[in-house]
Design a protein around this ligand. Structure first.
Ligand code: PXP
Length: 239
């Protein structure tokens, strides 16, 4: 069975828009798990634009919820992650001005630093993953770095599919990378920009064991939830 990890960062984005407590990412984590997700993902960004330290702490303390914490290579973030001990970490590149994670890690440039970070998490028995572009070179470096998993950045493929452009080249790159990583004993995950169509396309790649999906899934849930909530309010205002 392939696993579905649900990224709940944007629950925090909505909560932060009012600076109050609703909707609560901790409640979302429990709710998501009670409704069939296999794990939850949160990204503790350096600018704390959505998930805050307290959210990450409260969520990681729940030992029955597998939490995939996305972190940059920033020293302070790594220290925080080691302290709050998530089940898994996924190391991602981070750029202050980006709207979302724009590409995979530059493994060549950051090899030494990533190597040190992986060792620190392995010492604490925390599963490690590297968010990388679909490149054979990066799969080979990932093997040298001894990571447990890689997550292939599917954003470029998603953009091609959504804008109805030719995407087979990109899909083949992902397939080849997934096969090589699997052969080398690295577990393969995929994520970024995924919607129903792109997930369906990628679900045919047997080597991909886990999908991490956020923005579209949360956006879509608003539409699925609106009818119930509107009905509830109609009842309340007409009491
Ligand atoms: N995987 C990683 C490593 C990410 O950084 C993100 C975005 O935070 C996702 C998956 C989820 O992407 P999206 O929100 O586009 O589904």
């Amino acid at each position: 069975m392939k696993r579905l990890g649900v990224n709940i960062d944007h629950i925090a984005t909505i909560r932060n828009a009012r600076g109050e407590f609703h909707p609560d990412p901790l409640y979302a984590a429990k709710y998501v798990m009670n409704n069939g997700a296999d794990s939850i993902t949160i990204h503790l960004r350096e600018d704390r634009r959505h998930i805050k330290d307290l959210d990450a702490k409260r969520i990681c303390i729940l030992k029955n919820i597998p939490v995939n914490l996305e972190i940059s290579t920033n020293n302070e973030i790594v220290k925080t992650a080691l302290r709050i001990k998530p089940s898994f970490v996924c190391i991602v590149p981070e750029n202050r001005k980006e709207v979302t994670t724009e590409g995979g890690l530059d493994l060549i440039r950051n090899k030494k630093r990533i190597n040190q970070i992986i060792k620190k998490f392995k010492n604490k028995k925390i599963r490690t993953s590297l968010f990388i572009n679909p490149s054979i070179k990066d799969i080979k470096i990932s093997k040298q770095l001894n990571t447990d998993c890689i997550e292939i950045h599917t954003g470029y493929l998603s953009n091609l599919v959504k804008s109805k452009k030719k995407y087979l080249n990109e899909l083949n790159k992902i397939k080849k990378c997934a096969r090589l990583a699997n052969k080398l004993g690295i577990e393969v995950h995929a994520g970024h920009g995924l919607d129903y169509k792109t997930t369906k396309i990628l679900s045919k790649i047997n080597e991909i064991k886990e999908f991490n999906i956020g923005h579209f899934l949360i956006g879509e849930s608003i539409f699925f939830g609106l009818p119930k909530v509107i009905k509830k309010f109609k009842k309340i205002v007409n009491r």
